[in-house]
Design a protein around this ligand. Structure first.
Ligand SMILES: [Zn+2]
Length: 307
């Protein structure tokens, strides 16, 4: 089974336009393309029904994807989108309900919202959402006690928490997103599965250290797609990661749809399921059980999937 642990829905109703403006600006700079050309591509990322991701999953052979609702509404920038956080979470829950065997929704909440834990409890209980996404770039630290009622709620419902770690595009502030802040949380909630998105991004070593000093911390590979421009770099980095932490703690992810224009889902999946022979020639070996675990077995355990 192939499970993508890190995906999103997207459009300007659920993520404020200012974020998309930043995405276009930085994307144009990175890709060395005209601003307007990159902006014209934006609608290719927009879908809130779940139809587009399921179509792309079919093409890529992905069995299930975890949809992560994002709450950046209280961030200084980009601020509240058109829809309320209740409406945004509803959109995610509706998509998972529409495709019950393909999509799994995590509730997104800023813990500083009024009655945040109560609200997230409702999403888990009434809409069957299967986890919680915290995006601390909105302006809080994961080890701030304001987050603790959210972690308690996750424990109560037996669901994992996924936190963004690492850098983030303009206009978000990412100093809140260092894995080290999660270490204290992992110690305080040893029974809570915690996933560090992007394996810490620019704070990779911190993410590895936090994972290695707690038994309940997992790492996702979303955002690693640019390494595929130079495949040996991806495989060397993956081998190094698997030599640094248990393979049972590493989860396949894509951060769909943000990177689909760069590397589509099909190509990203194949990078793991069809590792070229030339890689072995460079003495980089992967065991079948490592790849199977990364691609879905580990996520199935974290999500408590029985089939
Ligand atoms: Zn993401």
């Amino acid at each position: 089974m192939i499970i993508d642990i890190h995906t999103h829905l997207g459009n300007p109703d659920i993520v404020a336009q200012r974020y998309w403006d930043g995405w276009v600006e930085v994307g144009a700079l990175r890709a060395n393309r005209p601003l307007e050309k990159v902006r014209s591509k934006l609608p290719e990322l927009w879908d809130i029904s779940g139809d587009m991701i399921v179509k792309d999953m079919d093409a890529a052979g992905i069995d299930r994807s975890v949809l992560l609702a994002i709450d950046w509404g209280l961030a200084r920038q980009p601020g509240e989108p058109k829809l309320s956080i209740e409406e945004i979470n509803k959109i995610y829950a509706d998509a998972a309900e529409k495709y019950p065997r393909r999509l799994i929704a995590f509730a997104g909440i800023d813990p500083r919202r009024n009655k945040a834990a109560e609200l997230v409890g409702r999403f888990l209980k009434e809409r069957g959402m299967k986890g919680i996404k915290l995006h601390s770039a909105a302006g809080f630290y994961p080890n701030d006690k304001v987050c603790y009622p959210i972690y308690e709620k996750a424990l109560e419902y037996g669901v994992p928490v996924l936190l963004h770690t690492g850098e983030l595009l303009k206009p978000m502030h990412f100093r809140y997103c260092r894995p080290i802040y999660v270490q204290e949380v992992a110690m305080d909630f040893p029974g809570l599965p915690i996933i560090l998105a992007h394996t810490g991004g620019c704070w990779y070593s911190e993410a590895v250290a936090v994972c290695n000093t707690a038994t309940n911390v997992y790492l996702d590979l979303s955002g690693w797609q640019p390494r595929l421009r130079h495949p040996p770099e991806l495989y060397r980095a993956l081998r190094t990661l698997l030599d640094s932490v248990s393979w049972q703690r590493v989860l396949f992810g894509s951060d769909y749809p943000f990177l689909k224009l760069l590397i589509n889902q099909e190509r990203w999946v194949r990078a793991f399921t069809e590792i070229p022979d030339s890689v072995r020639g460079q003495e980089i070996e992967f065991k079948d059980e490592e790849i199977e675990g990364i691609m879905g077995g580990n996520a199935a355990r974290v999500l408590g999937l029985t089939e």
